[in-house]
Design a protein around this ligand. Structure first.
Ligand SMILES: [Zn+2]
Length: 247
């Protein structure tokens, strides 16, 4: 009965209706094709995004391991590690922006720490005396403890601070002659002795690499040179470990 009704209804369709019907059908078919294409493209895009995401994740893992190495280098210098919450980059983070922000904050702290950590040379020249026990230059045959490294130089050569910080002393200091003392992070100080000229004032903030004075031979000195000393918690430490990153 249902079939019969359908046949009757079909046979009563006018030519125009049939035409309209097939037009609609072909439109639907085209649309269906479009949707399939769109779906495919969406799938491809997702796959591509996933590919890029896994790349991004591997870069982040790389960055994290490098940050850990920098931390190790700093801890070898007796510096406090910069603690950073373990960034869970294997799991899908709630927000990638948050993840990048965490890394960015960490790098900011790292940059500050590096700026305030003595590193490298206060002047580029050869050493004339190392840290530790040495023959007393004033008393032939005797020995003394040398608390820093001496750099060769001529009177007037520039002396630059090896880290950012605050000048805690600028003036005459007994055997050190004209001396500049700068306090940095982690209870670390750098001292620059025998200067012929002092270019900074007590209390002044200085940036890494800033000119703080000139090489001289003031105080207990046998000739123009720079005495460079690093003190941690009030005790002199071997500046050698602060001269390069590879030790
Ligand atoms: Zn010295």
């Amino acid at each position: 009965m249902v079939l019969m009704t359908a046949i009757i209804r079909l046979s009563t369709q006018t030519e125009q209706q049939r035409h309209e019907n097939s037009r609609l059908q072909s439109q639907i078919a085209t649309l269906q094709g479009e949707i399939d294409k769109t779906e495919q493209n969406a799938l491809l895009e997702t796959a591509q995004k996933d590919g890029q995401r896994s790349k991004a994740v591997s870069y982040l893992a790389d960055i994290q391991s490098k940050l850990k190495r920098i931390n190790e280098y700093m801890s070898k210098r007796g510096l406090r590690n910069i603690s950073f919450r373990k960034l869970n980059i294997d799991e899908k983070p709630k927000s990638e922006t948050k993840l990048y922000a965490d890394f960015n904050n960490y790098l900011d702290r790292l940059v500050t720490t590096i700026a305030y950590t003595p590193m490298g040379y206060p002047r580029l020249s050869s050493f004339t005396s190392f840290f530790g026990s040495r023959g007393n230059p004033f008393d032939f045959g005797g020995s003394e403890f040398h608390p820093g490294i001496d750099f060769s130089g001529h009177k007037g050569d520039p002396v630059k601070c090896t880290a950012s910080g605050r000048v805690i002393f600028a003036g005459r200091a007994g055997g050190y002659g004209n001396c500049v003392k700068i306090r940095h992070n982690n209870n670390i100080e750098t001292w620059y002795g025998h200067l012929s000229k002092i270019n900074v004032k007590e209390g002044q903030r200085v940036d890494v690499g800033q000119l703080i004075g000139k090489v001289g031979s003031t105080g207990r000195s046998t000739g123009p040179h720079l005495h460079y000393e690093i003190r941690k918690n009030g005790q002199p430490v071997n500046p050698k470990q602060y001269l390069s990153l590879n030790l």
